[in-house]
Design a binder for this molecule. Structure first.
Ligand code: HEM
Length: 174
């Protein structure tokens, strides 16, 4: 190689190294950008997922408890109407009491629809109605034990239904 070509070659090498350095730097910054973007997308997806996951979980407790109340109210009425089925009637009442307690561990499904300042009072009002339901179920149990089937049936058909409908009006999601 001639002496004249050496600086030329050197210049090429330096230019190549600089271009390569720039490409590496750009690639590194692009990778960091992609990582940050992926992380923020992941955070958003996780937040959306957990918001989605929270709501059904809360409702699920009340939903299952309510299905249990409904099924056992039907059994209770059937046993009382048939007559002479005290054991079945008592089992149905006991199951309703258990489901009412499960519902108490949940909360109103329309809580998020209320203004923040009203939520605590609304949750307490829900709890109060469940306590009223438990009181009705205790009175009904006493009637069944005392053999007052007609009084128990009237309570199941009248007061429990009024209580249920009023509570659904106030606490179910619109
Ligand atoms: C004997 C009385 C009751 C019966 C048989 C009953 C039955 C039911 C049934 C069948 C459902 C629909 C299930 C669903 O799709 O979630 C329901 C929903 C609901 N009930 Fe009751 N209920 C009773 C009393 C109450 C009381 C006293 C409260 C409140 C203090 C209440 C609060 C609710 C709420 C908040 C929901 C909506 C649940 C959800 O969003 O999934 N219920 N109930």
């Amino acid at each position: 190689m001639s002496n004249r070509k050496i600086p030329l070659l050197f210049a090429f090498l330096v230019a190549g190294a600089v271009a390569c350095g720039l490409t590496v730097a750009r690639a590194a910054s692009a990778a960091a950008e992609a990582r940050a973007c992926a992380e923020s997308a992941h955070d958003e997806a996780a937040a959306a997922l957990s918001a989605d996951a929270r709501a059904p979980e809360e409702n699920e407790v009340v939903h299952r408890a309510m299905e249990g109340l409904k099924g056992n109210l039907k059994k209770l009425r059937g046993a009382l109407e048939a007559g002479g089925k005290q054991a079945e009637a008592l089992a149905a009442v006991a199951s309703m009491q258990k489901h009412a307690l499960e519902a108490k561990a949940g909360g109103p499904s329309n809580l998020a629809e209320k203004p923040e300042a009203e939520r605590a009072a609304h949750a307490l009002a829900y709890r109060r109605e469940i306590a009223v339901l438990l009181g009705e179920l205790a009175a009904l149990e006493v009637e069944v034990i005392d053999g007052q089937d007609q009084a128990a049936l009237a309570r199941a058909k009248d007061r429990l239904i009024t209580l249920r409908d009023g509570a659904h009006e106030r606490f179910q999601k619109q």
